[in-house]
Design a protein around this ligand. Structure first.
Ligand SMILES: [Zn+2]
Length: 239
């Protein structure tokens, strides 16, 4: 045994970048799911950590190199509340504040704001009104009419798509419905990311799509990656 193995210390990195831990399509699917949950707006890594099931934002970040690149991988333009900050009117900001505030039943704290589904960032309010409390005070004062002009509306989508059950890809809403129905557990082995870290759940066609199985809730089930990839080659994977 040669004990004098030369070690090139420059090759030793302190951080463990396990970029191989999850396949890219799983990360992209999870990013898409979170984007859908948040109404198609851009979201931060912190937002992601609050909603993601398959993995942490840190895994996504090390895979894509930057959060911007991760969001780009979704392949759908997201509403960018940071970029459009100057075009948002005071009334729109206050209307959103009023919505979240009345949902909570009390004046939102910074943490509550950031944990909510608010469309605009805490910083936007601080900058616009010279402080968070000021923004709240302006709203309460009634100095600004909070009926916002119809501005930041999602673009209407042309409806020329085939019926969803004829499409192999499971739409995000349906995917979430199946995962929720199955309580985020693999229906074969009961693994769940909450208890078994590293478990990745897939939504699987029971009757394969290639065999005529529709992309419908009744033909879909939740499988963990092990059960999913352990299936015969006649089955397919639908993330
Ligand atoms: Zn399983």
């Amino acid at each position: 045994m040669n004990k004098d193995v030369k070690v090139d210390r420059s090759q030793l990195k302190l951080d463990r970048r396990r970029v191989d831990a999850l396949p890219r399509d799983v990360l992209v699917a999870e990013l898409r799911r979170v984007a859908e949950l948040l109404g198609g707006r851009r979201f931060s890594r912190r937002d992601f950590d609050r909603h993601a099931i398959a993995c942490k934002g840190s895994v996504v970040l090390s895979h894509f190199g930057s959060w911007h690149a991760a969001l780009d991988s979704i392949g759908v333009p997201l509403k960018d509340y940071r970029y459009d900050r100057k075009q948002i009117t005071d009334a729109q900001l206050l209307n959103e504040l009023a919505r979240v505030w009345s949902g909570l039943g009390h004046r939102p704290s910074k943490l509550e704001w950031e944990a909510s589904d608010a469309a605009y960032s805490y910083t936007t309010y601080k900058q616009r009104f010279g402080g968070w409390v000021n923004a709240c005070a302006v709203l309460v004062s009634g100095a600004i009419d909070i009926k916002p002009p119809a501005a930041i509306e999602p673009r209407p989508q042309p409806s020329t798509k085939p019926p969803p059950e004829m499409n192999r890809t499971v739409p995000l809403k349906l995917r979430l419905r199946v995962l929720t129905r199955d309580k985020f557990r693999c229906v074969l082995c009961s693994r769940t990311p909450a208890i078994n870290p590293g478990t990745v759940l897939h939504v699987d066609h029971i009757v394969p799509f290639s065999g005529g199985g529709p992309t419908a809730e009744s033909n879909l089930r939740t499988l963990c990656d092990q059960c999913n990839w352990g299936k015969g080659a006649d089955h397919e994977r639908a993330v």
